[in-house]
Design a protein around this ligand. Sequence first.
Ligand code: ZN
Length: 248
Amino acid sequence: MQIEKRAPTADDMDKINGYATREMKSDEVYVFSVVLCDNDLDRDFEKFSNTALDKLAELFIGKTMLSDHDTKSENQTARIFSTSVESVDGQFTRLSEPYKRVAASAYLIPTDSNKDFITEIEAGIKKEVSVGCAVSNSVCSICGKNRSCNHMRGKEYDGKICYMTLDNPTDAYECSFVAVPAQRAAGVIKHFDPQKAADPMSAITAEQVSKMIADALEKQFPPAIPEATPTDKIDWGILLSKFMEVKT
Ligand SMILES: [Zn+2]
């Protein structure tokens, strides 16, 4: 993800002035372009769908870019004023799909307090951007289910790699510059939207819980968990209360 300074165009100035409290001139602003995210498979074996990129491009317009992951307002340094989804000729993703990325243009007003920050951008020191967003869908490449299967990301099933396609972004709330190489984990931080997510616990019936406890009592540990429930989504407190329902 590279950051590039560029000369503001008349169209840029129109958009920037939509955010500014007074009419800014082109020599008063510092404009740069940055790639926010793409449709390639990431280190978590997740990728955005192309429609997710379109939506993310929309959601990131107007968002502030922070100098780090601290969301205190004094760290707000730049504002994204336009975004676009672009492809790169001849470039393909790890899954051999045409590569697409969300590029953003951002501006800041050079002041004494962000002078060092601009110098760092130009020196290539702060060159990574880390973004955070929420998505409501994560679809398995093996079975097509939305977050309700036991397939393991990164594992092969009959020669096919398992990965998740992230779709339906609901929010884009974080965009930070990360000093490199101090933080090697720069990239896209994805969060699932708890409001939109199906609750995997609701799929477990009281009878299944009863069976699990009975199995456990017969020393069949760990208990057989219903297939549709990923083990890391088990809430043992809910299981216990379901068990109490059966007992009473
Ligand atoms: Zn699956």
